[in-house]
Design a protein around this ligand. Sequence first.
Ligand code: ACO
Length: 332
Amino acid sequence: MTDNNHRPVARIAGTGHASGTRVLTNFDLERMVDTSDEWITARTGIKERHLVENGTVTSDLCSDAAKQALADAGLSAENLDYIIVGTVTGDMKFPSTASILQSKLGAYNASTFDISAACSGFIYGLDIADSLIRSGRAETILVIGAEVLSSMTNYQDRKTCVLFGDGAGAAVVTRSDDDRGILSTHTGSNGDLAHLLYCDGGGSLKPAMNRDLPFEDFTLRMNGNEVFKHAVRIMDHAALTALEKAGISPSDVDMFIPHQANIRIIDAMAKRLSFSRDRIMINIDRYGNTSTASIPTALNEARLAGRVREGDVVLVAAFGGGFTWASAVFRM
Ligand code: ACO
């Protein structure tokens, strides 16, 4: 676990997002598996998700989101000291998606690496970016959460295929010279829960070259019920820890942006932390669960809609496979 509690040194200076262009609605899914719009809406809050067209890869979504974030920050790709991409569905096993993105952007002054922390990857990246800027090792860092989850979703498994979408969200993090910036970050994990949410095919455990492996081994598998129970508890803990580290209470937060995994998890948290709907960003109905892309996508949409403005205090919290969890408080 890492924690910090400090005055802002690094701030989010620009944001962007990209999503798949193919919309898959609940009614489309009714024709694919034994499910219904009614069940999906009631149990998850999802109405549709955006998937990529064949041939579009994770780094393409990253590139679109990154260009928007750089333009928003008034910076160019040459300004980047690091590119950090949180993803579990990178373009290939190696090199990293961050390296491929570097070439697409022409960001040749940057060091590059990916983070594998599932849905918490973007906030893990934010935490690392804050530390690098705080230590004086970097001035400007591109942090991205991106997934093409359709590449490891089993569209014959109704328990998972109704949940996920493809997308990327980006933030340019740079040195702050005023009171705007990252006020606290918190990260943690519990590997004992790894068996609840995983894809075990394609690594050294079950190499892709073993042709006897069933197709399901290369798809995401999840014990949804168990994940749900842990998620509610972990998200609460993560959010409260970040607030405590920042020295503020839920009432000081202008906008809460939770990981968009399930509307029931979001509602349960909102109730316990006393957040009314007008102080919570929700877009799960349109995107489904885009894993690590969900929070930066929602942040960018909130800014574009004027729901998060300059000077607003934002709380973000996520959990995901690993289990991992992460949270942060920042002033835009
Ligand atoms: N349509 C219709 N029925 C369904 C569907 C579906 N799409 N999926 C499951 N069911 C059925 C089940 O088969 C079961 O039927 P049964 O009682 O006859 O066996 C019944 O609905 C209840 O199933 P549960 O799994 O108990 O349903 P639950 O209410 O828990 O909802 C869900 C399932 C939506 C997956 C929920 O558990 C959830 O959201 N879990 C958290 C998932 C999550 O947050 N993942 C985040 C991490 S993802 C990442 O890291 C990439």
